[in-house]
Write a protein that binds this ligand. Sequence first.
Ligand code: FAD
Length: 285
Amino acid sequence: MVISAVYVRPQKLEEAVELMSTDTWRILAGGTDIYPSIGENELKTSFMDLTNVSSLKGITEDQFFWRIGALATWADLLKTKLPPAFDALKQAAREIGSIQIQNRATIVGNICNASPAADGVPPLMILDAGIELTSINGLREVALKDFITGNREIARDKNEIVSCIKVPKIDLGSRSVFKKLGVRKYLVISITMVALKLSIGESGTIKRATLAVGACSAVAKRLLELEYLLEGKTTAEAGDLINDTYLADLTPITDVRATANYRKVATKILIQRSISSFENRNQDG
Ligand SMILES: Cc1cc2nc3c(=O)[nH]c(=O)nc-3n(C[C@H](O)[C@H](O)[C@H](O)COP(=O)(O)OP(=O)(O)OC[C@H]3O[C@@H](n4cnc5c(N)ncnc54)[C@H](O)[C@@H]3O)c2cc1C
């Protein structure tokens, strides 16, 4: 293999940001998307390895937000005590690759790779997550729904580093669930996936529903009309009301893993299973 690339490993975010303004760098975090994508090809890009920047590690909170640092791994997420609304993201974490991948791979890397099948995106969409970008010009924030603009496309300027994912402390007492379908249980790319957050009142009816589907469009999608339909229903009655009209925004493709039609049918079933998983849960949030 010919190696003509430059490799840098800054110690501080300021140093990384300064370097970003001087050249074109490919940011390296856990490398679990980057290394397989390079394979045996010639290394041409210059890499900036962020793994020594300690200020990007960990998951923290203040009065208004939870912050998932750019170097927080799926394993870090699983170790952190978080409100119930993060349950869907934690369930996704448990199904990302294997324990070795979860120990190495970052949540921010999953978002920046912007695969239509990235398991982290729907659970973060139902949390109304925002993406914080740092550059020599300062900080900028973009809603996750606007950050991923297409298949492997993100709204990041070439000199910006994603410094963290911000989750507003709104409605985090509500429970959430994540369901993924693959050809087997582990080490598998999703055929479809659903993340659902429900706030259920004392009367047993749904007060607020937030639902996102991944792997059935270039970018994961919130199904807003379906969310609206679920409100005011009990979980027992809600599942039967779902029909294809509410999935019309999805544009699944046929590929080696499944046909478009199979993806749509499976998505409807995953949504119904997600809703019924809230039955018998004693909650109000
Ligand atoms: C065996 C295996 C199994 C896998 N299973 C799954 C799975 O089940 N579900 C799933 O969704 N994914 C899976 N993946 C993909 C991968 O592990 C995840 O997407 C992971 O979260 C990526 O994180 P990373 O830190 O390794 O990213 P990296 O590979 O380091 O980077 C990924 C991309 O993000 C960019 N990037 C990283 N950090 C930043 C930053 N701070 N600012 C700007 N850009 C940044 C990089 O430049 C690159 O383009 C699997 C991968 C492997 C190898």
